[in-house]
Design a protein around this ligand. Structure first.
Ligand code: SF4
Length: 722
């Protein structure tokens, strides 16, 4: 099989053949065929137009492959500016500085920050590099900002987290779908093809403070005040129970904790919820009726529900509703989370998270530590414990107790982290900042050493999409001279730090083979997945164990047993993953946003995405077709609110909050709530939405409250210091 791939590779590089692969951006991971006719001319075609094709980001994704913005040589800071260097100098400098810092302050003085776009192999090797080569506990990643609240809520309710615990195609048969805080019409447009039946049946319910393009398609749009989604979920649950729609048989047979959860929800009757959320009581009852009366119904949550200081409880409230209606763990219905980043699912399973080891194991579990240490060839006692979560890690950089060196892979926290001026200050306080990237992102621009790496179409690797299916993303082009893969960078650095070469393989298939062994027996068990099975087109949703006899000691190196497990497209059909097999209702109550509006800052600011840009925009802002459509940040605001602030459509505004101000063009949108402004977060410098966002963290997931903070609006010329 490998020979066949090599042939395809040679063909692709010479412009003769085509390579089937996947989009570099979001978690839908749409299939695409690349036909390279040279680096500057790569034809992109959707592999499955009937599944919605590609969005504008996917169609234009090849533009960066030949972009002049591409980094092709390492850069080293010298006298305040970055200058070109060779790899030997750059890696030698990084290794020497790390050794000095560790000798002086210990291994936790060096931190690692990863990303939800990294392949499974990179996420795995990055976590291993941090724990073994550096010996640090200080490793986390930007997925903490995206999906960690849904993951924690799913663990709590079901004992296991997989974004969609059912295949995406199951949604095709849905008569009713409630989307809580999701805007797939912009974030992943082809996903809408799976909601056609629900839309045609009048069963699409969208919960969003804005009338988004997704809400436009809904039969019922519920627009709660920002930060009140949990109260709304309680109101709909109350309406469902009061109107006799509770699935008593399911609740009795498959769940525990309903009585405690109901004790809270009983106090949130729809009229009371209307006063808090602004959503009419009749609409809450209608939502409950649509879901309960549908033959096939789903509740799906996304960032709008999660990115709160109460994100875990908010997602938990939506899960409670789904459980009350008897949806999860039944064919043709369920609850799921729409994962965002390209490998948002796999990225949270293989050990780049502060509290995890590969296979979705907990780092504080002695059995998990023993298993992974055996695969890595070290003593369990040599494994560090849990480290700081993403924002706490960034916030500690350069402080007396915090790390003084940071290595960043696949992330741009200068733009994407909350309270970004604080993050910029912390990065500036470091003794060493190393960034591996394909372009000079805002974070790379602040680095001491920048390492140019390959991008998606120039390397092989696996990703796990939003339905927990493992995909092989294939190389279609030879990388430009001068760049290396992240795996090669980690290998080279590990060797310079004194590790045996074979402990950090740079070949992705070899890394995946080791990942299989490390994940075996864990919640996210990949031990039965092989690249050959993926090359053969098998659709494998984890867990994919190698077989019942395999649980036990695992040898280092290739897994010798023959995998044949068909994978697990649908979780929980027989039992949930808690020891008693039952799902948990959790009693959750409404608290409201951590920073409510007041006299000084009377408006809610909410943040989100636009169709043309992805995450911090480091890639998509460099694609001309996308930049031409949305070149800069804007602030959506109701015309009356703009007028009161002395602003017209198109005017330059300052969106001012307690932590900073964002300069943005006014976009008057009559459907906006008068108490809300909206900022997309893809833009740099003074246009960063995260200059105002609140880093208040959820106590369980440690996810920041990106979705709501208090601001005021004024003409951009206003002096904030006067
Ligand atoms: S929906 Fe996501 S995966 Fe599909 S083409 Fe668009 S960005 Fe790429």
């Amino acid at each position: 099989m490998r020979a066949a791939t090599s042939t395809r590779q040679a063909d692709a590089d010479s412009g003769v053949g085509a390579v089937d692969t996947h989009c570099p951006y979001c978690a839908l991971q749409c299939g695409m065929t690349l036909s390279p006719a040279g680096r500057a001319s790569v034809r992109v075609r959707p592999r499955d137009p009937s599944a919605g094709g590609l969005c504008q980001k996917g169609w234009t994704s090849a533009a960066l492959l030949g972009s002049p913005a591409r980094l092709t040589t390492p850069l080293v800071r010298d006298g305040g500016t970055l200058r070109p260097a060779n790899w030997d100098e750059a890696l030698g400098l990084v290794a020497r500085k790390i050794k000095e810092i560790v000798a002086e302050r210990g291994p936790d003085a060096v931190a690692v920050f990863g990303g939800g776009g990294l392949t499974n192999e990179k996420a795995y090797l990055l976590g291993k590099f941090a724990r073994v080569a550096l010996g640090t506990s200080q490793v986390d990643y930007n997925g903490r900002f995206c999906m960690s609240s849904a993951a924690a809520a799913a663990h709590r309710a079901f004992g296991l987290d997989r974004g969609l615990p059912f295949p995406l195609a199951d949604l095709d048969g849905a008569d009713a779908v409630l989307l809580a805080g999701a805007n797939p019409a912009e974030t992943m447009p082809p996903f809408l093809s799976h909601l056609r039946r629900a839309m045609d049946a009048g069963g699409l319910i969208v919960v969003d403070p804005r009338r988004t393009p997704t809400a436009e398609r809904a039969a019922l749009h519920l627009a709660p005040a920002p930060g009140t989604d949990l109260a709304l979920a309680l109101g709909i649950l109350h309406a469902a129970v009061a109107d006799g729609r509770l699935d008593h048989g399911y609740v009795g047979d498959r769940t525990t904790g309903f009585d405690e959860a109901w004790r809270v929800a009983a106090a949130w009757w729809p009229e009371r919820v209307e006063r808090v959320t602004g959503v009419a009581a009749a609409d809450q009852r209608r939502a409950a009726a649509i879901l309960a009366e549908a033959a096939s119904a789903y509740v799906l949550t996304a960032r709008g529900a999660e990115q709160h200081a109460t994100g875990v409880d908010t997602v938990g409230a939506w899960i409670n509703l789904a459980l009350a209606l008897g949806l999860p763990g039944r064919r043709g219905s369920g609850w799921g989370c729409l994962t965002g980043q390209g490998n948002g699912q796999g990225g949270r399973e293989h050990g780049q998270k502060a509290d995890q080891l590969p296979g979705y194991r907990r780092i504080d579990d002695p059995a998990a530590r023993a298993h992974v240490a055996r695969v890595w060839g070290i003593e369990p006692s040599a494994l560090p414990g849990p480290g700081r979560s993403a924002f706490e890690l960034l916030d500690a950089l350069g402080t007396a107790d915090g790390p003084s060196a940071l290595l960043v892979f696949g992330s741009n926290p200068v733009v994407s982290a909350p309270h970004s001026s604080r993050v910029g200050d912390r990065l500036a306080a470091l003794d060493l900042l190393v960034v591996a990237d394909i372009v000079l992102s805002e974070t790379a621009g602040a680095a001491d050493v920048v390492l140019p790496i390959t991008q998606w179409a120039e390397e092989d690797g696996t990703l796990t999409n939003l339905e927990g299916r493992v995909l092989l993303r294939r190389r279609a082009l030879t990388p430009p001279p001068g760049v290396r893969t992240d795996l090669e960078v980690l290998h080279d650095l590990a060797v310079r730090l004194g590790q045996p070469s074979e402990r950090f393989p740079a070949d992705p298939e070899t890394v995946f083979t080791e990942l299989r062994a490390a994940s075996e027996g864990g919640p996210a068990d990949y031990s039965g997945v092989t690249w050959d099975r993926l090359r053969a087109g098998e659709r494998l949703h984890w867990p994919v164990p190698v077989g019942p006899a395999s649980i036990g000691p695992v040898p280092v190196g290739p897994v010798p047993r023959q995998p044949g497990h068909p994978g697990t497209p649908r979780l929980f059909l027989d039992r949930f993953a808690h020891p008693d097999g039952r799902a948990r209702f959790v009693a959750v109550d409404h608290k409201g946003p951590a920073e409510p509006p007041d006299e000084e800052f009377p408006l809610y600011a909410i943040t989100g995405r636009v169709l043309q840009h992805y995450q911090s925009g480091a890639q998509t802002r460099r694609v001309e077709e996308l930049r031409a459509v949305v070149p800069e940040v804007y602030v959506e605001v109701h015309p009356d609110t703009a007028r009161r602030a002395g602003l017209d459509d198109g005017a330059a505004a300052a969106v001012v909050g307690r932590r900073g101000r964002v300069l943005a063009k006014v976009r008057c949108v009559p459907s906006m709530r008068p108490d809300v402004v909206f900022l997309p977060f893809h833009f740099p410098g003074a246009q960063r939405a995260n200059l105002v966002t609140n880093p208040a963290l959820d106590p369980v997931s440690r996810m920041p409250e990106f979705k709501v903070c208090a601001v005021r609006l004024s003409p951009a010329a206003e002096r904030e210091d006067g």
